[in-house]
Structure formats: structure tokens, C-alpha cells
Design a protein around this ligand. Structure first.
Ligand code: ADP
Ligand code: MG
Ligand code: ZN
Length: 290
């Protein structure tokens, strides 16, 4: 999951204005049409900065939704650091190639995953792509993956406000909005505010804010220790007039689960952290399905 930017880059530099193909970077070449993917609710998971637990939240939210009878697709659009497959222990799997489509990797009968990681020769190879190339790959992920009929497509995005978010907003049908993940620290909350402004510019509703790593579960007694303070996410939600979906504590077991490739929520049913994830999921469902 560490990104190695030291090794040689595969294509042209995103920051330069031209590349080997001679095309100008970021020149939009006609927008792709809306995808015909069969999905009731598309949910974006966003944050202003990395490391706040976006991917962890995406995995656990998708798992919780599927455990509650929804048919869920999880789309990992973190093209530069796709780590969802590792978190789910499916990094060695590859989507089956069918006549005109790709079969996503099925984690359970109701949870299917597609990730850049499946298409890269190895995840330590950094990918440096221009905007239009990202748009093309996102178009393929929506249109050429055999998702079937989904209730939810949960989309894990890279940190910040870049091409991936723009592309998915242009192409995804039934986009219900974005969930913002933040941590209690002031700087992370500020970043969440930035992400919210970006989403509002796109005319996309903010489904709500989730405060992750909100207090810590003591490994000894299971109580919550107030490590970095709590409540920043809730305050930001209140100040910005967007819903607050709830908080998820920092749980050492969550780190272990991520490293071992099993979603936390499957292993620790009925722990305080599980209940926190479940409550966040229920709040989201209330907003999205009402
Ligand atoms: N609630 C949590 N409790 C404990 N560890 C967490 C929690 N949320 C995230 N982490 C850990 O923090 C690190 C960064 O999380 P990740 O989901 O990759 O962040 P992002 O996708 O925002 O970059 C990972 O090692 C993950 O296991
Ligand atoms: Mg991530
Ligand atoms: Zn304790």
C-alpha cells in the first residue's frame, strides 16, 4: 500500500503539458456519455486528504450494505494506490475475461469488486496517467464490467479533487452523492470542508460526513480512549449544514484486518466498532433510500 514514486514512471508526466503521444494533457476530447450500468444508487467516498481511512470505510460500508441484503459493487478508483483488493484478501485474483466484458471479482454472493490493481502487472508500479486516459479506464469500469443488477455501487476515490471524481460524476447514472471521510484533527476537518466545496461545485449532494479514527478502542478493556479529540466531523457537518452519518473509532483490530485482508466487519460482528460501522451504514441507507 505504500506508493513508490521513486521508480520509473510508465507513461508521460501528469504535470507536464505534453506527452510522448504529442497530445496536450487534460484536453477534454468530447465527454463520454452516461453509462448504462444497472445500479440504483451510486455513492462516492471522498476526502480532502489521504490516510483518513477512505478505503477502509469504503470496504466496511460495502460489506455492511451487502450483509444487509443489498447487492453491492465496490469500485476502486484509486488509480495511483489501489489497495481495496489487499484489504479484502483478493489481490491475487484477476477478473475473468468474457467475450465483451470483464467479470468482477466476487467476494460474496452480494459483493463484487473491480480495481485498477487487477489490471496492473504489480501494485508497486506507479501509474502516471493523464486525465483523458483515466476517463477512458473509468468508462470501461462502468460499461465493460459485468456488474449485473446492483443496488449500490460504492466508489472509493483517491484523495483530493481530481480527474477521477470528475469522470465518475460525468459518467455514473443515479449518483446519489458523496460521503466525506474525515478524522477529528483540525487539518483533516479543513480538508473535508474543501472536499465538500468541490462536491457542491459539481452540483452533487453531500450525503454526509463520517468521522473516522474518532477516539480509540483500548486493546485492553475495549473502552473508548479520546486520543485526538472527537466531534470535529460532527461540528463541520453542523457548520456546513450537511448530514452527519456517525463516527468510527480507531480500532487496532481494524489495522490487523486490513493487513490480513479480511474486512473488519466480517470478523468482529457485534464489537463496538462493528456497531459504529453498522450505524453509519443505516444512516446512509435512510438518506439514500428515502
Ligand atoms: N477506524 C480505523 N481504525 C484503525 N485503523 C484504521 C481505521 N481506519 C483506517 N485505518 C488504517 O489507516 C490506514 C489508512 O487507511 P486507508 O483506508 O488506506 O486510508 P485512505 O484510503 O484514506 O488513504 C490503513 O492502515 C488502515 O488500516
Ligand atoms: Mg485509499
Ligand atoms: Zn483500557
Amino acid at each position: 500500500m505504500t506508493k513508490n514514486h521513486q521508480t520509473e514512471e510508465k507513461t508521460c508526466d501528469e504535470n507536464s503539458t505534453t506527452c510522448s503521444s504529442g497530445q496536450s494533457a487534460h484536453a477534454p476530447k468530447g465527454l463520454p456519455p452516461k453509462s448504462k450500468i444497472d445500479v440504483k444508487h451510486v455513492i462516492l467516498v471522498l476526502s480532502g486528504k489521504g490516510g483518513v481511512g477512505k478505503s477502509t470505510v469504503s470496504v466496511n460500508l460495502a460489506t455492511a450494505l451487502s450483509a444487509h441484503g443489498r447487492i453491492v459493487g465496490l469500485l476502486d478508483l484509486d488509480i495511483h494506490g489501489p489497495n481495496i483488493p489487499k484489504m479484502l484478501g483478493i489481490e491475487d485474483q484477476r477478473p475473468a475475461v468474457l467475450a465483451n466484458s470483464l467479470e468482477p471479482v466476487h467476494v460474496t454472493g452480494t459483493l463484487a469488486v473491480m480495481s485498477m490493481a487487477f489490471l496492473l502487472p504489480d501494485t508497486s508500479t506507479p501509474v502516471v496517467w493523464r486525465g483523458p486516459m483515466k476517463m477512458a479506464v473509468i468508462q470501461q469500469f462502468l460499461n465493460e464490467v459485468n456488474w449485473g443488477s446492483l443496488d449500490y455501487l460504492v466508489v472509493d476515490l483517491p484523495p483530493g479533487t481530481g480527474d477521477e471524481a470528475l469522470s465518475i460524476v460525468q459518467q455514473a447514472p443515479n449518483l446519489r452523492g458523496a460521503v466525506i471521510v474525515t478524522t477529528p484533527q483540525d487539518v483533516a476537518v479543513l480538508d473535508a470542508v474543501k472536499a465538500i466545496k468541490f462536491i457542491e461545485k459539481l452540483d452533487l449532494p453531500v450525503i454526509g460526513i463520517i468521522e473516522n479514527m474518532s477516539g480509540m478502542i483500548c486493546p485492553h478493556c475495549g473502552d473508548i480512549i479520546d486520543l485526538f479529540g472527537r466531534g470535529g466531523g460532527e461540528k463541520a457537518a453542523h457548520d456546513l449544514g450537511v448530514p452527519y452519518l456517525g463516527s468510527i473509532p480507531l480500532d487496532p483490530e481494524m489495522v490487523k484486518a486490513g493487513d490480513e485482508g479480511r474486512p473488519y466487519i466480517l470478523r468482529h460482528a457485534d464489537s463496538p466498532t462493528w456497531r459504529a460501522v453498522d450505524a453509519v451504514m443505516e444512516n446512509l441507507v435512510k438518506i439514500v433510500e428515502s
